[in-house]
Design a protein. Structure first.
Ligand code: 6PG
Length: 230
């Protein structure tokens, strides 16, 4: 199920989104003593990360991880880990714990053995922030990849290695069931081209053609779309 929340500009969206996330994380800390926040890389969330990094929160009780990363060491420009460390894990949020999806081996496929034990034991997440590509991928669940059925399967492991055919780098991605195991799921979209992709995803059901549909059409999960045109 999908609920669309529309904002008049990026800063209104980021302010509202940051306060919503803060109340979710605060409630988690109050109830369970810790909070788990899953974020996406790419261009869309960068300004949100900056806003979020400055909020007043018991960040030392928050664990941050990525929905997916490119198989690059954390010093390389296109690494999502680099991005999160440079934008989100700054200011107050520097105190948060970060769990990496990377290991220093040549291939993501070889890295699964090291990354899986970091993610499998984690409890239900408090918030997952997804992004979406113009081909309908989310996290690194790419429609073009050989691994897509594996990543969308009900019994998929928490993480899997993915080789996209239409995007650079091997990826490490959380699977559909691991991402769905969250108290709150958001989809963060900026720009009318992303709204057009969302509308296309809503219009039909084929999840292998557009993996984001597995979230949007899920019979139980509620996906809150945070959207602004610019
Ligand atoms: O590693 C990644 O690239 C992401 O996590 C990916 O799923 C991203 O969210 C979308 O591709 C949207 O990317 P943009 O925000 O750059 O449009």
């Amino acid at each position: 199920m999908m609920q669309l929340t529309q904002f008049s500009n990026t800063s209104a969206l980021n302010d509202a989104f940051a306060s919503r996330l803060v109340s979710i994380l605060q409630q988690a800390i109050a109830e369970r003593g810790e909070a788990y926040l899953v974020v996406s890389g790419g261009k869309t969330p960068q300004a949100l990360f900056n806003t979020l990094s400055q909020v007043d929160l018991a960040w030392d009780k928050v664990t941050v991880l990525l929905a997916d990363d490119r198989w690059l060491d954390a010093h390389q420009t296109d690494s999502n880990e680099r991005l999160v460390k440079a934008t989100l894990l700054q200011n107050n949020a520097k105190a948060a714990r970060f769990i990496s999806l990377y290991a220093n081996v040549a291939s993501a496929f070889d890295g699964v053995a090291q990354v899986l034990p970091r993610i499998t034991p984690l409890p239900t997440f408090d918030a997952v922030i997804l992004g979406m590509g113009e081909d309908g991928h989310t996290a690194s669940l790419f429609p073009c990849s050989e691994q897509i059925k594996h990543g969308l399967a009900d019994n998929a492991p928490a993480v899997l290695a993915v080789q996209p055919q239409t995007a650079p780098y091997q990826r490490m991605s959380l699977s559909l069931p691991r991402l769905l195991n969250s108290r709150n799921i958001f989809l963060h979209l900026v720009g009318s081209n992303k709204l057009a992709v969302l509308n296309k995803a809503m219009a039909e059901q084929d999840v292998l053609a557009m993996p984001i549909r597995a979230f949007l059409h899920h019979p139980v999960a509620q996906v809150t779309v945070m959207y602004t045109e610019n």
